[in-house]
Ligand binder design. Sequence first.
Ligand code: NAG
Ligand code: NAG
Ligand code: NAG
Length: 266
Amino acid sequence: MPLIVMCGFPCSGKTRRAEELKAFFEENTKRNVRTVGDGSVGGDRNSVYADSQKEKNVRAALKAEVERKVNKDDIVILDSLNYIKGYRYELFCLIKHAQTPHCVVYCLTSDEQSSSWNSSRDAAEQYTQDIFDALVLRFEAPDSRNRWDSPLFTILKDDTLPFEDISNALFKRKAPPPNQSTQSQPLSSVNFLYELDKITQDVLMAIFNAQKTSVPGDLISLTRNINMAELRKLRRQFISYTKTHPTENTGHISNMFVQYLNKSFR
Ligand SMILES: *[C@@H]1O[C@H](CO)[C@@H](O)[C@H](O)[C@H]1NC(C)=O
Ligand SMILES: *[C@@H]1O[C@H](CO)[C@@H](O)[C@H](O)[C@H]1NC(C)=O
Ligand SMILES: *[C@@H]1O[C@H](CO)[C@@H](O)[C@H](O)[C@H]1NC(C)=O
């Protein structure tokens, strides 16, 4: 039966939410709830996420376990980062094939919050700063406009899980109330758009000034001079992309933009 895909930064409360869901569904539906998580695959998480091949293997193993456990009676909760858009798409294809409903529960936290939750964990469960930063940077936030991310329930730190809505989405295939899934406010907030605008503009000015004094600077390895019109066009592209794939940490915007430009110039 249904699959619930958890999603969120490392240490964003996914396991706690998964346990709450499990308790609710066991109590209210009398169905078995089977959780598939990183723990059931084994391996030290830092070494897994430091090595893309290992990470790939873990993802494949988790998916295979979901596939084995999805049946007509049980509810399966996939409690892992599930931070790659393409991976969530694969899960969607899997459940479509199994003809069972699904939903995504996104635990939305700031990286400061997650980092502080990391410190209060058992040593074996902690993420190193490097791995944590890399995962936050690579994180592809779910977007309810994508079929595979929908229905989407975005849960903030102090929220109570909307159990009834989740249950209806799974068992009655009722779409969640619109505000539930569009509530990524902290990300698409006016402030985020303002920062996005300002930071990308600052980066352009830095490049422009560096070119003027013909010191390419260490920002970007420029192989040729780029005119301002090209830069502005790339900035517009980056902004429209980032608006729909917001990063939670505005501190990452300038880095992402520099990398984006760097890639476009190569
Ligand atoms: C997680 O906690 C450990 C131990 O306090 C610390 O060494 C590590 O840097 C922390 N990671 C993050 C991302 O805060
Ligand atoms: C949903 O969002 C709309 C538009 O932002 C608002 O007017 C309405 O009050 C919200 N409903 C709930 C239940 O929060
Ligand atoms: C830009 O790309 C070059 C070539 O791949 C790379 O060496 C350099 O580190 C990149 N710079 C940044 C800031 O990403």
